[in-house]
Design a binder for this molecule. Structure first.
Ligand code: IDP
Ligand code: MG
Length: 140
């Protein structure tokens, strides 16, 4: 297995309920290191571009409104098989289907306000990391 990086977002429902520490503990307890992290307010243009793959979906406009409804924490996580490992720590998109012990099972409010984003492939992780972080912001 290889050491990888993945991109993560703690969504507005998580920052609003002061859950960033509890969620970060889940990453660290599972062996992922937070190698870069910044709290930002996403603009509408940033959210539209970030979720551009979902532009045609019925939930797109609501999703953009939600992602810009409060601050988010953008992160780079690093560890063994980080992309897949993080998807497992997060749990299924719909918290009703998420496994016990996952972030979404424990913390998500709904299929939309589901507390975290995580890249779905190494290729997308590289694109998403580069969208929010300069190389010099990620200590080696
Ligand atoms: P993922 O976050 O598990 O990768 P995606 O299918 O990529 O799930 O969807 C991106 C985000 O869009 C989800 O995390 C969730 O916030 C929102 N979303 C996905 N499906 C729905 C839906 O059916 N209704 C409302 N929001 C949704
Ligand atoms: Mg996705």
């Amino acid at each position: 297995m290889a050491i990888e990086r993945t991109f993560s977002i703690l969504k507005p429902d998580a920052t609003r309920r002061n859950l960033t520490g509890k969620i970060n503990a889940k990453f660290e307890d599972a062996g992922l290191s937070i190698v870069a992290q910044r709290r930002i307010q996403m603009t509408t243009a940033q959210a539209e571009s970030f979720y551009g793959v979902h532009r045609e979906r019925g939930f797109f406009r609501d999703l953009v409104t939600f992602m810009t409804s409060g601050p988010v924490v953008v992160q780079v996580l690093e560890g063994e098989n980080a992309v897949l490992a993080n998807r497992e720590i997060m749990g299924a998109t719909n918290p009703a289907n998420a496994a016990a012990g996952t972030i979404r099972k424990e913390f998500a409010e709904s299929i939309e306000a589901n507390s975290v984003h995580g890249s779905d492939s190494a290729e997308n992780a590289a694109i998403e990391i580069a969208y929010f972080f300069a190389g010099c912001d990620i200590p080696g």
